[in-house]
Design a protein around this ligand. Structure first.
Ligand SMILES: [Zn+2]
Length: 279
């Protein structure tokens, strides 16, 4: 006969096992909102290999881009079951375009030409630093996005994000890396000032401490803006594909420290809300 206390302990242990096995069976679904499937001149991993990787790590949606855009076309054409592909126009043909796209009229032509495929939901990821965002071609790109209901995916510092928003206050911007190491209170100020700004968290420092525990300031940000964050792998080089599983496991480790509701929003709900319908 179990005493009351022993009974209680047994119940706690059973509940724990149930929770662990439920979690093991069903890791939280992830939408990868920073995916590059580069294709220059050939893909490093074959389409079947990357599709298998998404399945293995329960990634059910991707914000897909590639340099050049051929990789995105291949992902769209694959029509893989259980994978939602949200394609963005990459304004780059080769890596060097990162440095010069914002002043190159050929790139603006490329964006408009690529848009004619009819399935794109955004433009990016593109790189901007500070006042490079002031270029007239950048303004034209922002206006083109607003006119055509496209999101922007900007790898930019806070100054460049502010310039983009000034170009056209109706812009909707996914902020790649959320400022990298920018102080959390500055991130908070940006999210408050710009309701159409979402932070994507690849390479973002400060979210967890050395022992993997969510920091107080980032828990605070997630609880204050649960509908403003997205996850991403940023597979910009083959090594990132090689560590794809670790990247996703890293996200799940801190998502598990948030309430299930907020964790689900960040893991996939926010992306679904953003891309499910045009405004
Ligand atoms: Zn990237």
């Amino acid at each position: 006969m179990l005493t009351g206390r022993a009974m209680h302990v047994a119940c706690v242990v059973l509940a724990l096992f149930a929770a662990i096995s439920a979690r093991a069976a069903e890791p939280i679904e992830i939408f990868d909102a920073h995916l590059h499937y580069n294709w220059e001149p050939k893909p490093y991993y074959q389409p079947d290999e990357v599709l298998a990787l998404f399945r293995k790590h329960r990634v059910t949606g991707i914000l897909a881009t590639s340099r050049p855009n051929a990789g995105t076309h291949a992902l769209m054409d694959a029509k893989a079951e259980g994978l939602w592909v949200v394609p963005f126009i990459r304004p780059y043909r080769v890596r060097a375009d990162i440095q010069s796209w914002f002043g190159d009229p050929v790139i603006f032509d490329l964006v408009q030409e690529e848009f004619k495929r009819g399935y794109y939901r955004g433009i990016g990821e593109f790189h901007l630093s500070g006042k490079s965002a002031e270029n007239e071609l950048v303004k034209k790109t922002v206006d083109f996005a607003v006119t055509n209901d496209l999101y922007l995916h900007a790898h930019a510092d806070d100054e460049a994000v502010e310039i983009l928003m000034r170009h056209n206050p109706k812009a909707r911007i996914i902020w790649a890396h959320t400022g990298f190491g920018l102080p959390a209170d500055r991130v908070s100020a940006m999210l408050t000032k710009y309701p159409k700004l979402w932070g994507e968290l690849s390479y973002r420092s400060g979210i967890v401490d050395g022992s993997g525990k969510l920091t107080a300031e980032w828990r605070g940000l997630f609880e204050r803006y649960p509908d403003r964050f997205l996850l991403g792998s940023d597979t910009w080089v083959p090594e990132r594909w090689a560590s794809y599983g670790d990247i996703m496991a890293g996200y799940r480790a801190w998502l598990g420290q948030l309430s299930p509701k907020i964790a689900a929003q960040i893991a996939n709900g926010n992306a679904k809300a953003l891309f499910a319908a045009s405004p």
